[in-house]
Design a protein around this ligand. Structure first.
Ligand SMILES: [Zn+2]
Length: 266
C-alpha cells in the first residue's frame, strides 16, 4: 500500500550499504519506520529527506513493519538544528524523548504538533532550557503521567506551600509532606512555571525570562518525574548533562543574562 504523509524525522540510522532507516513521526500513523535506499550516496536525491529533524512530505510503500521510500519533498529542513554542538544536542534530545515515549503505530497528532513547535522554537533561538522543559511536560502528559500541580495529591488542600513529589504524583502540602521525605522544595516561580507548561500549547510558547536557579529546579523536578514515570535512559540526555557540566566549569552560566524580574513572568 502506498502512503503519503507529512512527517518529522526523529531518528535516522545507517542500514546496509548506503541506505538509511528513518523513523518518521506522523500525525495520523504515529511513528513509521522507512527505508531510504541510497540515502548515503553522494548524489542521492533523497539523502536530505533522511536527515534527522527534517520536516517533509513522504510517500512510501508499506506491507510489513518497515516502509520503503518512494518519493518525497522537504518542507522545512531545520538545518539550523544540525549546526554547531549545542543545537543538535538539544534537538536530538527532543527527538529521542519523543521516539522513546510513544509506541509504534500509536496515533500521535498531538505530540507531532508539539514536537514541530519545539523544533521551530529551538530553530528560532528561544531558550532551550525553557523549550525543552515545556516539551518534556507535553511528553509526560501525552504518555498519561500529568503531575498534580494545583492541589495536594494526598488530601486535596489547595493553599499553603507544596513540595514536589514524583512518587506521590505531584504536589504534597505541608501536612502531607512526610509521605515523601525526598520531595523537592521548589520556588514559587517554579511552581508557576510548571503550571504554565502544563497548560501550554507549544505552538504558543513565547519568550519567558526565568532565573538560572529556577531553570535548575524545573529541570530537576521534571527529570525526577520522568525518571519515575517514563524511566527512559536517553543517550542524548547524558550528553546534555555532560555539556551542562562543562559549561558550568567554564563559568558560562554566570555570564548569561539573569533577569531577576523575569522569574515566571507569564
Ligand atoms: Zn495534603
Amino acid at each position: 500500500m502506498l502512503y503519503r504523509v507529512e512527517g518529522l524525522v526523529i531518528r535516522s540510522t545507517d542500514y546496509g550499504e548506503g541506505n538509511k532507516i528513518i523513523t518518521l513521526l506522523t500525525p495520523s500513523y504515529g511513528k513509521q519506520g522507512i527505508v531510504v535506499r541510497g540515502a548515503k550516496k553522494l548524489k542521492s536525491r533523497y539523502g536530505s529527506l533522511a536527515q534527522l529533524f527534517t520536516y517533509g512530505d513522504y510517500s512510501y510503500y508499506k506491507t510489513g513493519s518497515l516502509g520503503s521510500l518512494n518519493s518525497g519533498e522537504i518542507i522545512r529542513s531545520f538545518h539550523e538544528l544540525r549546526e554547531g554542538l549545542e543545537g543538535p544536542a538539544y534537538a536530538s534530545y527532543a527527538a529521542e524523548l519523543t521516539d522513546r515515549a510513544i509506541n509504534d503505530d500509536e496515533a500521535a497528532a498531538y505530540l507531532y504538533h508539539q514536537l514541530m513547535a519545539c523544533q521551530v522554537a529551538l530553530a528560532e533561538g528561544k531558550d532551550p532550557q525553557i523549550v525543552l522543559r515545556a516539551y518534556e511536560m507535553k511528553v509526560v502528559q501525552a504518555a498519561g503521567y500529568s503531575p498534580m500541580l494545583d492541589e495536594c495529591v494526598s488530601c486535596g488542600r489547595q493553599d499553603g506551600s507544596f513540595r514536589f513529589s514524583s512518587t506521590a504524583g505531584g504536589a504534597l502540602c505541608y501536612l502531607c509532606k512526610h509521605r515523601d521525605p525526598s520531595a523537592l522544595e521548589l520556588e514559587d516561580g517554579v511552581w508557576r512555571l510548571l503550571r504554565v507548561f502544563a497548560a501550554l500549547d507549544m505552538r504558543r510558547l513565547g519568550n519567558i525570562a526565568v532565573r538560572e536557579s529556577s531553570k535548575r529546579q524545573v529541570q530537576l523536578a521534571l527529570k525526577r518525574w520522568m525518571d519515575t514515570h517514563l524511566n527512559l535512559n536517553l543517550k542524548s540526555r547524558h550528553f546534555l548533562e555532560q555539556m551542562d557540566k562543562y559549561s558550568d566549569m567554564l563559568g558560562e552560566r554566570t555570564k548569561r543574562p539573569d533577569p531577576e524580574t523575569g522569574d515566571g513572568a507569564v
